[in-house]
Design a binder for this molecule. Structure first.
Ligand code: SAM
Length: 198
Protein backbone atom coordinates (compact mmCIF):
# COMPACT_ATOMS: atom_id res chain seq x y z
CA UNK A 1 0.00 0.00 0.00
CA UNK A 2 1.51 3.32 -1.04
CA UNK A 3 1.91 5.94 1.68
CA UNK A 4 1.13 8.92 -0.54
CA UNK A 5 1.53 11.52 2.19
CA UNK A 6 5.05 10.33 3.03
CA UNK A 7 5.99 10.51 -0.62
CA UNK A 8 4.99 14.19 -0.69
CA UNK A 9 6.74 14.79 2.65
CA UNK A 10 10.08 13.47 1.36
CA UNK A 11 9.66 14.84 -2.17
CA UNK A 12 9.54 11.41 -3.84
CA UNK A 13 7.00 12.60 -6.42
CA UNK A 14 8.18 11.74 -9.95
CA UNK A 15 4.63 12.43 -11.27
CA UNK A 16 4.93 16.08 -10.20
CA UNK A 17 5.61 18.03 -13.41
CA UNK A 18 5.04 21.58 -12.19
CA UNK A 19 2.37 22.26 -14.80
CA UNK A 20 -1.05 20.96 -15.90
CA UNK A 21 -1.40 17.78 -17.92
CA UNK A 22 -0.92 18.62 -21.62
CA UNK A 23 -3.88 16.35 -22.57
CA UNK A 24 -6.15 18.41 -20.29
CA UNK A 25 -5.18 21.60 -22.13
CA UNK A 26 -5.74 19.76 -25.41
CA UNK A 27 -9.26 18.73 -24.36
CA UNK A 28 -10.09 22.27 -23.28
CA UNK A 29 -8.82 23.64 -26.57
CA UNK A 30 -10.64 21.05 -28.67
CA UNK A 31 -13.97 20.83 -26.86
CA UNK A 32 -14.25 24.06 -24.88
CA UNK A 33 -15.90 24.17 -21.48
CA UNK A 34 -19.52 23.16 -22.26
CA UNK A 35 -18.74 19.46 -21.91
CA UNK A 36 -17.82 20.06 -18.25
CA UNK A 37 -21.40 21.11 -17.47
CA UNK A 38 -22.56 23.96 -15.30
CA UNK A 39 -21.82 22.52 -11.86
CA UNK A 40 -18.67 21.71 -9.94
CA UNK A 41 -15.88 19.58 -11.42
CA UNK A 42 -14.20 16.99 -9.21
CA UNK A 43 -10.49 16.24 -9.60
CA UNK A 44 -9.73 13.13 -7.50
CA UNK A 45 -6.07 12.53 -6.66
CA UNK A 46 -5.33 16.15 -7.56
CA UNK A 47 -1.85 16.20 -6.01
CA UNK A 48 -0.52 19.75 -5.88
CA UNK A 49 -3.39 20.96 -8.05
CA UNK A 50 -1.95 22.04 -11.41
CA UNK A 51 -4.93 20.57 -13.29
CA UNK A 52 -7.36 22.09 -10.79
CA UNK A 53 -5.94 25.55 -11.44
CA UNK A 54 -5.97 25.01 -15.23
CA UNK A 55 -9.68 24.21 -15.00
CA UNK A 56 -10.33 27.15 -12.68
CA UNK A 57 -8.55 29.49 -15.11
CA UNK A 58 -11.25 28.73 -17.71
CA UNK A 59 -13.98 29.85 -15.31
CA UNK A 60 -15.00 26.35 -14.17
CA UNK A 61 -15.39 25.70 -10.42
CA UNK A 62 -13.19 22.65 -9.68
CA UNK A 63 -12.75 20.82 -6.39
CA UNK A 64 -9.40 19.09 -6.00
CA UNK A 65 -9.50 16.05 -3.72
CA UNK A 66 -6.53 14.18 -2.33
CA UNK A 67 -5.94 11.85 0.59
CA UNK A 68 -2.39 13.13 1.14
CA UNK A 69 -2.46 16.02 3.61
CA UNK A 70 0.83 17.43 2.34
CA UNK A 71 -0.42 17.46 -1.26
CA UNK A 72 -3.49 19.45 -0.25
CA UNK A 73 -1.30 21.87 1.75
CA UNK A 74 0.95 22.38 -1.29
CA UNK A 75 -2.07 22.83 -3.58
CA UNK A 76 -3.52 25.46 -1.27
CA UNK A 77 -0.21 27.33 -1.13
CA UNK A 78 -0.52 28.30 -4.82
CA UNK A 79 -1.99 31.57 -5.99
CA UNK A 80 -5.68 30.91 -6.85
CA UNK A 81 -6.46 30.81 -10.56
CA UNK A 82 -10.21 31.20 -10.18
CA UNK A 83 -12.96 29.60 -8.11
CA UNK A 84 -11.05 26.42 -7.21
CA UNK A 85 -11.18 24.68 -3.87
CA UNK A 86 -9.38 21.71 -2.32
CA UNK A 87 -10.41 18.98 0.10
CA UNK A 88 -8.65 16.27 2.02
CA UNK A 89 -10.43 12.94 1.58
CA UNK A 90 -10.56 9.47 0.13
CA UNK A 91 -12.31 9.24 -3.22
CA UNK A 92 -13.03 5.55 -2.59
CA UNK A 93 -14.74 6.16 0.75
CA UNK A 94 -18.54 6.15 0.31
CA UNK A 95 -18.84 8.38 3.40
CA UNK A 96 -16.90 11.16 1.65
CA UNK A 97 -19.25 11.25 -1.32
CA UNK A 98 -22.49 11.23 0.63
CA UNK A 99 -24.73 14.10 -0.54
CA UNK A 100 -22.22 15.35 -3.14
CA UNK A 101 -22.71 15.64 -6.90
CA UNK A 102 -20.57 16.99 -9.72
CA UNK A 103 -21.30 17.89 -13.33
CA UNK A 104 -17.97 16.41 -14.44
CA UNK A 105 -14.93 14.61 -13.13
CA UNK A 106 -11.36 14.99 -14.41
CA UNK A 107 -9.24 11.84 -14.18
CA UNK A 108 -5.46 12.09 -14.47
CA UNK A 109 -3.11 9.65 -12.72
CA UNK A 110 -5.56 8.70 -9.95
CA UNK A 111 -6.96 5.61 -11.68
CA UNK A 112 -3.44 4.29 -12.33
CA UNK A 113 -2.40 5.12 -8.74
CA UNK A 114 -4.97 2.97 -6.99
CA UNK A 115 -4.56 -0.79 -6.81
CA UNK A 116 -6.43 -2.57 -9.65
CA UNK A 117 -8.49 -4.49 -7.07
CA UNK A 118 -10.00 -1.11 -6.08
CA UNK A 119 -11.06 -0.21 -9.60
CA UNK A 120 -14.68 -1.36 -9.11
CA UNK A 121 -14.84 1.08 -6.16
CA UNK A 122 -13.41 3.85 -8.37
CA UNK A 123 -16.09 3.23 -11.02
CA UNK A 124 -18.82 3.14 -8.36
CA UNK A 125 -17.58 6.48 -6.97
CA UNK A 126 -17.78 8.03 -10.46
CA UNK A 127 -21.29 6.65 -10.94
CA UNK A 128 -22.42 7.99 -7.55
CA UNK A 129 -20.90 11.44 -7.94
CA UNK A 130 -21.50 12.41 -11.58
CA UNK A 131 -25.01 13.64 -12.37
CA UNK A 132 -26.96 12.04 -15.25
CA UNK A 133 -25.76 13.71 -18.45
CA UNK A 134 -22.46 14.70 -16.79
CA UNK A 135 -19.08 13.50 -17.98
CA UNK A 136 -16.15 11.47 -16.77
CA UNK A 137 -13.30 13.10 -18.69
CA UNK A 138 -9.98 11.39 -18.37
CA UNK A 139 -6.54 10.71 -19.66
CA UNK A 140 -5.69 7.11 -18.85
CA UNK A 141 -2.18 5.68 -18.65
CA UNK A 142 -2.27 2.61 -20.88
CA UNK A 143 1.36 1.57 -20.71
CA UNK A 144 3.23 3.33 -17.91
CA UNK A 145 5.70 0.50 -17.49
CA UNK A 146 7.81 -1.66 -19.75
CA UNK A 147 5.25 -4.11 -21.18
CA UNK A 148 7.84 -6.89 -20.92
CA UNK A 149 8.05 -6.42 -17.18
CA UNK A 150 5.45 -7.48 -14.69
CA UNK A 151 3.17 -4.49 -14.07
CA UNK A 152 4.21 -3.60 -10.56
CA UNK A 153 2.72 -0.24 -9.87
CA UNK A 154 1.80 2.31 -9.04
CA UNK A 155 1.37 3.32 -11.75
CA UNK A 156 -0.76 0.35 -12.80
CA UNK A 157 -1.63 0.12 -16.47
CA UNK A 158 -5.04 -0.24 -18.03
CA UNK A 159 -6.41 -1.21 -21.43
CA UNK A 160 -9.15 0.31 -23.56
CA UNK A 161 -11.43 -2.79 -23.33
CA UNK A 162 -10.94 -2.89 -19.56
CA UNK A 163 -11.89 0.78 -19.20
CA UNK A 164 -14.90 0.50 -21.51
CA UNK A 165 -16.16 -2.54 -19.65
CA UNK A 166 -15.49 -0.95 -16.26
CA UNK A 167 -17.64 2.12 -16.88
CA UNK A 168 -20.25 0.56 -19.23
CA UNK A 169 -22.90 -0.11 -16.54
CA UNK A 170 -23.32 3.65 -16.01
CA UNK A 171 -21.54 5.50 -18.84
CA UNK A 172 -21.42 5.65 -22.63
CA UNK A 173 -18.16 6.55 -24.32
CA UNK A 174 -18.61 9.68 -26.41
CA UNK A 175 -15.09 10.70 -27.47
CA UNK A 176 -11.68 9.07 -27.44
CA UNK A 177 -8.31 9.85 -28.97
CA UNK A 178 -4.59 9.52 -28.37
CA UNK A 179 -3.42 12.93 -27.14
CA UNK A 180 -1.12 14.90 -29.41
CA UNK A 181 0.41 16.60 -26.38
CA UNK A 182 2.04 14.79 -23.47
CA UNK A 183 4.64 15.29 -20.78
CA UNK A 184 8.06 14.12 -22.06
CA UNK A 185 8.23 10.33 -21.69
CA UNK A 186 4.47 9.79 -21.84
CA UNK A 187 4.09 10.25 -25.60
CA UNK A 188 1.86 7.52 -27.07
CA UNK A 189 1.26 5.92 -23.68
CA UNK A 190 -1.93 7.76 -22.81
CA UNK A 191 -5.52 7.69 -24.03
CA UNK A 192 -8.16 10.38 -23.66
CA UNK A 193 -11.69 9.12 -23.09
CA UNK A 194 -14.90 10.98 -22.34
CA UNK A 195 -17.72 8.91 -20.90
CA UNK A 196 -21.18 10.39 -20.43
CA UNK A 197 -23.27 9.36 -17.42
CA UNK A 198 -26.49 7.67 -18.52
C1 SAM B 1 0.46 9.63 -9.06
S1 SAM B 1 -0.17 10.88 -8.01
C2 SAM B 1 -0.82 12.04 -9.21
C3 SAM B 1 -1.15 13.39 -8.64
C4 SAM B 1 -1.67 14.38 -9.69
N1 SAM B 1 -2.84 13.88 -10.38
C5 SAM B 1 -0.55 14.68 -10.68
O1 SAM B 1 -0.58 14.12 -11.78
O2 SAM B 1 0.36 15.44 -10.31
C6 SAM B 1 -1.63 10.10 -7.38
C7 SAM B 1 -2.38 10.98 -6.40
O3 SAM B 1 -3.59 10.34 -6.03
C8 SAM B 1 -3.77 10.49 -4.63
N2 SAM B 1 -4.66 9.39 -4.24
C9 SAM B 1 -4.40 8.06 -4.27
N3 SAM B 1 -5.47 7.36 -3.86
C10 SAM B 1 -6.44 8.29 -3.57
C11 SAM B 1 -7.77 8.19 -3.09
N4 SAM B 1 -8.32 6.99 -2.82
N5 SAM B 1 -8.47 9.32 -2.88
C12 SAM B 1 -7.90 10.54 -3.13
N6 SAM B 1 -6.65 10.69 -3.59
C13 SAM B 1 -5.92 9.58 -3.81
C14 SAM B 1 -2.37 10.44 -4.07
O4 SAM B 1 -2.27 11.01 -2.79
C15 SAM B 1 -1.61 11.22 -5.13
O5 SAM B 1 -1.62 12.61 -4.86
Amino acid sequence: MTDWNSRYEIGDTPWEKGRPAPPLLEILERLGTDIWGDGRVLVPGCGTGHDVRALAATGLPPLGLDLAERAVELAKSHEPAGAEDYALGDFLDPAWREGKTFSALWEHTCYCAIHPTCRPDYAQACADLIVPGGCLIGVFFLTPNDPDEENQGPPFNSTIPELDERFAPWFEREHAWIPENAYPGREGKEWIAIYRRK
